[in-house]
Ligand binder design. Structure first.
Ligand SMILES: [Zn+2]
Length: 394
């Protein structure tokens, strides 16, 4: 164990974070000479949390990385696929399929699920907030509510899900863009006066950083908003992070600040809201005239997606536990309306209810341990998510 209570990457890779029952399974299969039995396993989710109609697949890049070098083949839907848990007929959709000797990946089930379940939850909640914001910027602010070892994965997943920026330095480095942030209340308190804090920010912080002033530390939001507009040249937005005890009606506070800024000739200064937001609050605040959102805990503490990994073939023959469908399934998708279908026949693409011929949606990512497709930049995966979000409803 290193200094902090998080697993070392090498330990994860070796399967040391796995559940002990896989270690015992390996020991038994090894003793009985069954570890090399050819198997096929798939990842599915029976039900999405919170009655979500769809989810954003995320975390598969790390699944590829942990399986790389093991003698297996991996087929998966591309990271950033907006998928449903089941087809219209109710068949569970395999988002990934592993082929290979069971011993090659038995102990990696736990970490592989962990990569996908958490990241997909965060990406999905981000996508929902982004949809609710209707094109306005949403910044991921949630790293402080989770273990710091997770900051990069939180930020990458939220960015892929559609967030426009991420707040942590390491997360920003991972997604390849500058970190987003404004100023904390601590700065205003330390400077002793709002006007001094706003002035100092303008003076000291690199001019390429957008000027966003936090305007609720000591006085009323509309008073501090005007102070910021007066003291900070090039002010882009004011940020309202009003404490719960003062909120009353946040949409009305936003309307009032908007009104006050307009009244004093600061029509170009936006109103950015953070603190306790989720998709429904974002939606209300859009209607009230807010221009951007910092969403924290509801993204980083998003419900995890209950993926399971199950054996569906052994020794070339279909087999599955109760409740799971046996055999290799092929996932097809309509390029037009994005509907999914699962079939047993790779060679005959089904026709969608819209009349279009569906396309095989899986990608062969690993062949005998060798990676076949290069890693995609987060930016590109995010664009794929946004293109799909345009076509679907919340
Ligand atoms: Zn269609």
């Amino acid at each position: 164990m290193g200094k902090f209570f998080s697993a070392e990457h090498d330990d994860i890779h070796k399967g040391l974070t796995t559940d002990v029952y896989f270690q015992r399974t390996e020991a038994i299969l090894k003793a009985k000479g069954l570890l090399d039995t050819d198997t096929r396993s798939e990842f599915t989710v029976a039900t999405l949390p919170d009655a979500w109609p769809w989810a954003v697949l995320c975390g598969t890049e790390e699944v590829v990385r942990i399986l790389e070098g093991r003698n297996v083949d991996l087929y998966a839907l591309p990271e950033g696929t907006v998928f449903t848990s089941r087809t219209k007929k109710g068949i569970k959709l395999p988002v990934g399929t592993i082929d290979g000797a069971y011993g090659e990946y038995c102990s990696l089930e736990t970490p592989a699920l962990g990569f996908m379940c958490y990241a997909s939850g965060v990406a999905t909640m981000s996508a929902r907030c982004k949809k609710a914001a209707g094109g306005l910027p949403v910044i991921s602010f949630g790293v402080r509510r989770m273990h710091p070892a997770m900051a990069p994965v939180i930020d990458r997943s939220s960015y892929i899900g559609g967030c426009d920026g991420v707040s942590s330095l390491k997360g920003a480095e991972l997604v390849g863009r500058p970190a987003s942030g404004t100023m904390p209340h601590a700065l205003v308190i330390m400077m002793g006066d709002q006007r001094e804090a706003f002035k100092a920010y303008g003076e000291i912080i690199d001019p390429t950083v957008p000027r966003v002033a936090l305007t609720d530390t000591f006085f009323d939001e509309k008073i501090e908003a005007l102070m910021a507009a007066e003291e900070m040249p090039g002010l882009r937005s004011v940020r309202l992070d009003t404490p719960g005890s003062r909120r009353g009606n946040m949409t009305d506070i936003v309307r009032e600040v908007r009104w006050e800024l307009d009244l004093h000739g600061y029509k170009d200064v936006g109103v950015f809201v953070s603190g306790g937001l989720d998709e429904s609050k974002v939606k209300e605040l859009v209607a009230a005239g807010a221009n951007g959102f910092g969403v924290g805990t509801s993204i980083s503490n998003a419900p995890t997606i209950d993926f399971a990994m199950d054996i569906v073939e052994k020794g070339g023959k279909p087999i599955a536990k109760r409740g799971k469908f046996a055999g290799r399934k092929y996932v097809f998708r309509c390029p037009e309306c994005l509907e999914f279908e699962v079939t047993l026949d790779r060679n005959h693409p089904p026709v969608c209810s819209c009349g279009k011929e569906m396309r095989w949606a899986e990608v062969k990512v690993i062949e005998k341990g060798r990676r076949l497709v290069p890693e995609e930049p987060a930016e590109e995966i995010r664009r794929r998510v946004l293109r799909q979000l345009d076509k679907i409803d919340l």
